[in-house]
Design a protein around this ligand. Structure first.
Ligand code: NA7
Length: 542
């Protein structure tokens, strides 16, 4: 390109959009953050990669996608009007309704004009001279903003396995996290599903009756527990609305802001008879009771865990007719709850169908995707459609795909690849001033955290404005102390003994460490409020 052409191009480039705050992502936490920052009267915008709001509930349109938390414990709590106006149809609401809800919130609070859609951010570079971020989208739109807020979510960067030949497949390939908006017609097709995590466990029973034949490629069996979803009757609707304060107060108290609380007793403190009576009682309840409502030592004591794990294995055996298939579906390689517990409806019964085949790819791994299907060591399975339910590069994946660079030019990817996702309070990473991370890196019921974190960032930005500060950054020593504290909390936890997306170990080459803050929401809230009360101790303000 000639010198003249370059100058002309620069001259016609539109000036960058000027903002006080730019939020990345219009999912649950991004929408709330926009609402909060608008309250301060700031010029704020969301840049969203998709063409609609919803984040997780926009992208994950696969059949069967739904909440595993009660609809009303996942809902926003910040507006009494909203709680009054919105009627959840089901106790565990499905993706279409969840997306509608987030659109309803967007319009009710007039957020839509403040969202730029189809705006995937390519780069964000900090300018230390003016204390601004310079942001550019993939289609060349530019913005200059004082504050950059990442609300990209924890399960956004979908992940394909490293299997040779994926692009050679001549049929249709789908990833559950990029499911098309138009209905996918699977009738009469030979379909393969790779993966048996929470996503596949929701998907498989939905599509099995529709397809000609379904082949499920399972590498690891999971402890899936019955969801026990149902419609919300008019009386229940009234009762839920009358109890919202109580529901949210309950969530505030519990470790991970779910409605369920563990039983104060220890597993072996009670008689065998009482223990099994309690297991059955919990089993009959809906939702996460079967994970968070257990004896309190289940997640710390190996023998206690094994006692409950064996109970769950028995439940699986009862539901699957062929003992060989039942055994394959029975997890024996990890403790109960050390991976995310999938909640299911008719999952195990699906394997009693004549048109469903379970293939064990632990003993006979997938070697390649061929033009015609999936090839293991022993056999090639011919398919018309391959569905990848192979998960996400969780928590850090989406953020590190953006070229985010601090004042010294280092990217967040370089820093985190070297150190792990080091932050202070999960909110800020040293070297990246005025950059708030509200992705949800606390182990928690997502919306409950999003509100706590959104409020904290709003109050912080107000504080900076009221005190005339232009720049905020995490101090190295405070960050190091926080990272050490966060790591110490995971010692002895069963989560760390198992490979899963919680540990980053589902992605080859990713540093293995527990990626959530594991201290529980009550202590997290106490800590972040204390920091704020002390004038944002551990942050350098200037
Ligand atoms: P998960 O829970 O990470 O599950 C991914 C699944 O894909 C899991 O069963 C994997 O087996 C399987 N997988 C990945 N690579 C391969 C290969 N190469 N061969 C065979 N099987 C493979 O993702 P989900 O989407 O189900 O759930 C993520 C979260 O979304 C969930 O926890 C909810 O919070 C919502 P593996 O277990 O690694 O042996």
């Amino acid at each position: 390109m000639s010198q003249v052409a370059r100058i002309d191009e620069a001259a016609v480039r539109a000036p960058a959009e000027e903002l006080d705050a730019l939020v990345v992502g219009a999912g649950v936490s991004g929408l709330y953050q926009l609402y909060c920052l608008k309250q301060l009267g700031l010029k704020v915008k969301i840049f969203e990669a998709g063409d609609g709001v919803g984040g997780t509930w926009y992208w994950n349109r696969y059949p069967g996608a739904r909440f595993d938390s009660e609809s009303y414990s996942y809902a926003y709590s910040f507006s009494k009007d909203l709680l009054k106006e919105w009627n959840w149809a089901e106790h565990y609401s499905g993706q279409p309704e969840n997306e509608q809800y987030l659109n309803f919130v967007t319009d009710k609070f007039a957020l839509r004009p403040h969202i730029r859609f189809n705006a995937r951010i390519k780069s964000a570079h900090f300018d230390g001279k003016t204390n601004h971020w310079h942001v550019e989208t993939e289609d060349g739109h530019r913005a200059r903003t004082r504050y950059l807020v990442s609300a990209v979510g924890i399960l956004s960067a979908h992940h394909f396995p490293n299997i040779p030949g994926i692009s050679s497949f001549k049929g249709m390939s789908l990833h559950t996290a990029r499911w098309p908006k138009d209905k996918v017609d699977l009738r009469g097709k030979r379909v393969g599903v790779i993966g048996t995590g929470s996503t596949a466990i929701q998907l498989i029973p939905e599509i099995a009756p529709e397809v000609a034949h379904l082949t499920v490629f399972q590498r690891s069996a999971n402890y899936a527990c019955p969801l026990r979803n149902s419609k919300i009757s008019d009386e229940e609707q009234e009762s839920i609305k009358a109890r919202y304060d109580e529901i949210f107060e309950r969530c505030r108290r519990t470790f991970a802001s779910f409605m369920q609380e563990s039983d104060p007793r220890k597993t072996f403190e009670v008689s065998e008879e009482e223990r099994y009576r309690f297991y059955e009682e919990v089993w009959a309840m809906p939702g996460f009771h079967k994970w968070f409502g257990l004896f309190h030592d289940i997640m710390t004591d190996d023998a206690a865990n094994e006692s409950y794990a064996e109970f769950v294995r028995g439940k699986i055996r009862e539901r699957v007719k062929d003992p060989k298939v039942a055994e394959l579906l029975t997890p024996r390689d990890h403790p109960f709850g050390s991976k995310r517990i999938p909640l299911e409806t008719n999952y195990y019964e699906t394997f009693n169908r004549d048109n469903v085949l379970l293939v064990d790819v632990k003993s006979d791994p997938i070697q390649a995707i061929t033009p015609h299907g999936v090839k293991t060591g022993a056999q090639e399975y011919e398919l018309d459609v391959i569905i990848y339910a192979t998960g996400f590069d969780a928590i850090t994946g989406e953020l590190t795909r953006i070229d985010i660079r601090g004042e010294d030019g280092r990217s967040i990817k370089e820093v985190w690849d070297a150190e792990g996702p080091s932050t202070y309070l999960t909110f800020m990473s040293e070297g990246f001033p005025n950059f708030f991370i509200v992705n949800g890196a606390v182990f928690c019921n997502f919306t409950r955290c999003a509100e706590v974190v959104g409020n904290w960032v709003r109050d912080c930005v107000k504080y900076l404005r009221d005190h005339g500060y232009q720049r905020m950054e995490a101090e190295k020593a405070a960050q190091e102390a926080w990272v050490e504290h966060a790591a110490s909390l995971t010692e002895g936890m069963l989560f760390t003994k198992t490979d899963s997306w919680f540990m980053g170990s589902n992605v080859p080459g990713k540093k293995r460490q527990f990626l959530f803050y594991a201290g529980g929401m009550p202590s997290f809230r106490e800590k972040i409020n204390e920091v704020a009360a002390k004038g944002y101790e551990g942050f350098r303000l200037s």
